[in-house]
Design a protein around this ligand. Sequence first.
Ligand code: AMP
Ligand code: ZN
Ligand code: FE
Ligand code: FE
Length: 283
Amino acid sequence: MKYADLHLHTNFSDGTFSPEELVSYAQRFDLSCIALTDHDTVEGCARAATACDAAGMEFISGTELTAEHNDTELHLLGYFVDTKNEKLLTEIAKFQTVRQSRIHEMVARINEMGVPLEVESVFALANCKSPGRPHVARALVKAGLVANLDEAFERFLKKNRPAWVPKKKVSALEAIELIHQAGGLAVMAHPGLNRTDDVIPALVEAGLDGIECFHTKHSTAMSERYLLIAEKYRLLVTGGSDCHGFSKLKPLIGTVKLPYEYAERLFAAKKSADKKHPAAVAK
Ligand code: AMP
Ligand code: ZN
Ligand code: FE
Ligand code: FE
């Protein structure tokens, strides 16, 4: 059997692996195809593609965008996006700017609570354009200000905790269009995590291509539920571990292995989308 993992992060966002390390783990777990889906960036894709080439693995360039529909937050995966697409790069640069100012705001709030975290230490640790809450949490642990990542999230960073600051969210319908105009396929990430089932029909209407049925945090029942939804709306089925490297636990890569036939259907869908919309084909 051949397998794929289509939801992975590197240190170009909040993962800890470099693209090369990620590919070497993928090889170790005998994956035939991976997709890189860093938050609000496609920067790691070129290096991951080169490493996959050398390893004889298929690679899909991607990104994970934070979106919303009717005040519901949801994550959209863009697969096969042209990593040089100007509009995509312009839009994600805006998300990155907000992510960076959000770090200042989160650290200011943590400081107000009497915890002397230095904002430079967060940026130094993140060392990327797309920093997020995990970087703040890791910097707190590194400075000895909390015992572990859980404590950092529980005390400060979880939604509605004192240092929680919302991210810039794009409308889900605009995000689908943004992904499409960059030659990509738009897939709803981990629907079971955000409990976002009621927004699915509107997203399908807007051209949603697929749904992530298999995910680390989906129970078997959830996966089955989303497989039925995929069938109902004729959506592509994807899945992945959402590995962030050495974060809290051991790396998740290898724990969700998507049967390769689903990746093949994704490749076929990309091919037929290119035929229908030649203008959006990656140069
Ligand atoms: P951000 O995009 O900056 O809001 O950060 C979201 C990321 O934080 C997610 O992708 C997870 O990797 C991580 N995360 C969210 N909640 C928790 C939590 N309670 N404990 C540890 N990591 C978390
Ligand atoms: Zn993340
Ligand atoms: Fe996500
Ligand atoms: Fe993710």
